[in-house]
Design a protein. Structure first.
Length: 301
């Protein structure tokens, strides 16, 4: 019985140490989540302002494009704003680099694979780019060739960290490596939940001329409106992709916090059950000892 008691005590001590670790990891993830949510809010403000300016600058051209479908002026609107026949589709799949994030990665990868199987007849119809080691390893293990992979992003990734993959995807689109681009990731809803999203990034389709702002004074362009839009349209497309990466990182931190909280709660439940088992075993041992003492005393009488 003593061996059993010692075994239970060892398990309780081990589980308590695990609980302390998961609790610390929960607090770290909560801190990362708070910072990531604040950063994401600031970026969304920036993105909305850029979108507002672009909508204003392209309002008349977008209206005419919608009516005629032609290429206008000196700007190649076709490459960034016009839909073209889709021969190949590009997908950026965003996952985490490590585990301990619950079902975060499995949700993304399972739904992405289902989408690819439903929407495409063969792997020749799409191009995959992976952000995060989990996703990259998942696709490689299944023989899926990746056009590019990016690993080991920081907790709050800067644009410089993702500049290569972001600029490369817009260049690939302009060079017609693929004819439309989607980003697959988990959107951060709140600290307890996230939602799988497949968002179309290229061609740019979220600029509505009916939402164009009316200003008292018109913009002054230097060197020209066309030259500015030639730079601003690709930058806006890049900001959309970067925004999805920031959103995905926020969801990852939330998933990590939730997973560690669940692990801590489970450890507490195990400790409670083991404590009850220990007390029962200890009580049984004491009862056995009393019985033996009483029996020995009776034998001496």
């Amino acid at each position: 019985m003593m061996a059993s008691l010692n075994e239970i005590k060892t398990r309780i001590a081990s589980t308590k140490k695990t609980s302390q670790i998961t609790n610390a990891m929960q607090m770290v993830s909560a801190s990362k989540l708070t910072k990531s949510e604040a950063y994401s809010a600031k970026f969304q403000l920036y993105a909305s302002r850029v979108r507002e300016i672009l909508t204003h600058l392209t309002a008349s051209e977008l209206t005419e494009l919608a009516n005629s479908g032609r290429e206008l002026g000196g700007i190649n609107y076709h490459s960034m704003l016009l839909n073209r026949p889709v021969k190949k589709t590009g997908y950026i799949v965003i996952t985490s680099d490590g585990g301990l994030v619950g079902g975060y990665n499995s949700s993304i990868l399972k739904q992405t694979m289902t989408m690819l199987e439903d929407d495409h007849d063969s792997a020749d119809e799409y191009v995959l780019l992976a952000i995060g080691g989990t996703g990259a390893d998942f696709f490689k293990a299944r023989g899926v060739k990746l056009a590019y992979e990016l690993r080991n992003l920081s907790d709050q990734p800067s644009f410089d960290e993702v500049r290569k993959i972001v600029s490369m995807t817009t260049s690939m689109y302009e060079n017609q490596v693929f004819d439309e681009l989607y980003v697959c990731y988990n959107h951060h809803v709140n600290s307890l939940s996230s939602q799988f999203r497949v968002e179309k990034m290229l061609p740019i389709s979220d600029l509505d001329p009916s939402e164009a702002q009316t200003y008292r004074e018109e913009y002054l362009f230097e060197p020209s409106k066309e030259a500015i839009l030639d730079q601003l349209l690709p930058q806006y497309a890049e900001s959309l992709i970067y925004g999805a990466i920031v959103d995905a990182k926020t969801a990852e931190h939330a998933a990590g916090m939730t997973a560690m909280k669940t692990a801590t709660d489970n450890a507490s439940a195990i400790i409670a059950d083991l404590t009850i088992s220990y007390n029962r075993a200890r009580q049984a041992a004491i009862t056995q000892e009393i019985t033996e003492i009483v029996g020995g005393a009776s034998a001496l009488e």
